[in-house]
Design a protein around this ligand. Structure first.
Ligand SMILES: [Zn+2]
Length: 148
């Protein structure tokens, strides 16, 4: 004999009971059974709704799929680099600040080696030096992917 909470007093009552022995309400578990039915219908309907949503925005659903650790990591690395020329954003700032003439900074190429917690970033750039001549320089720097 199954027990269910009474719709009035929430005390456990037999599903067979026509009257709640605690508060005397008739068919104390009836509404709750109906509630379960509604919940069941919802559970059956939800997958259909989800399928419809996925069908409407197939591109969006791809980006919502859970990412693997590798994907999260490569996203994290990408955040540190400029989408325009692939230069390391913070390293570029550091280079410009250290330069004699920051306006002459010209990014040539940036490469990186993923070393787990840190990235070894190699940036090739050119700029004018103290003597006014344009020089090509290579800078290697360790950067932290989480802090840049
Ligand atoms: Zn009751």
């Amino acid at each position: 004999m199954a027990l269910k909470p009474c719709k009035e007093c929430k005390k456990e009552v037999s599903t067979q009971a026509r009257k709640c022995p605690h508060c005397g309400v008739s068919y104390p578990t009836k509404n709750i059974t109906q509630g379960c039915l509604v919940a069941l219908i919802l559970i059956v309907c939800i997958p259909f709704l989800v399928v419809q949503c996925a069908g409407n925005g197939s591109n969006e659903s791809n980006s919502n799929t859970p990412k693997t650790a590798e994907e999260i990591r490569s996203d994290e690395i990408k955040k540190n680099f400029s989408v325009w020329d692939g230069s390391h954003i913070k390293l570029t700032k550091v280079i410009e600040e250290s330069m004699h003439d920051p306006d002459s900074y010209e990014h040539i190429e940036t490469r990186y080696i993923d070393e787990g917690k840190k990235l070894l970033v190699t940036t090739i750039f050119s700029g004018t030096n103290v003597y006014g001549g344009r020089v090509r320089s290579i800078i290697r720097a360790y950067t932290d992917t989480s802090t840049g």
